[in-house]
Write a protein of this length. Sequence first.
Length: 218
Amino acid sequence: MTPPWAPLSQAEAAAPPPAAVGARLWQRLRRLTGLGAALGVLWVGGLLTFAANIPRAPEDATAATDAIVVLTGGSERLETGFDLLAAGRGRKLFISGVYRGVDVRALLRMSQATPAALECCVVLGYSADDTVGNAAETARWMQAEGYHSLRLVTANYHMPRSLVEFRHALPDVRIVPHAVQPPNVRLDGWWHWRGTAGLIVSEYDKYLVAFLRHALGL
């Protein structure tokens, strides 16, 4: 056993005193806390900007495009797509992300005001499971058809992320956003509505992931 009056070893002599170690740990903790606070401020600022820029109405509603593309996820999207096709806003309607076993007639029956004569101009895509898949599936179909412009129909809160994916997958195609307003999404004072607030926060996080993935080339 080393007596208390024995001289310190070389390692013990070189070691910083406990007070210095504590000061260094506290300094690092302060830096991490400051970084976390800065990231939090940036995230909140980005969220507010994202929510403020969610489209409230379709963009350039009267312009015609080669195709109308509907992303499944709500009956109001299908109805809007059929109405646009009936109004001559596109030559064909492509519905991406359809469940296997669902055919055109079944979708037409969901919109009673749609004439059956449109059946010839509706094409269904079955391979997409998410927004990335929607963009890839649509890109293949657009290339096969030789089309160079499309009107993209999806929910307003989903439009920013959809545009990120579609503009990456179809860089040479003119994309006209056509946002649909779901009746249960309240954009005015959205932070007061728990369901809408949760939806917007979730969609904002997904948008950030999509944006950074393409920005960093991942």
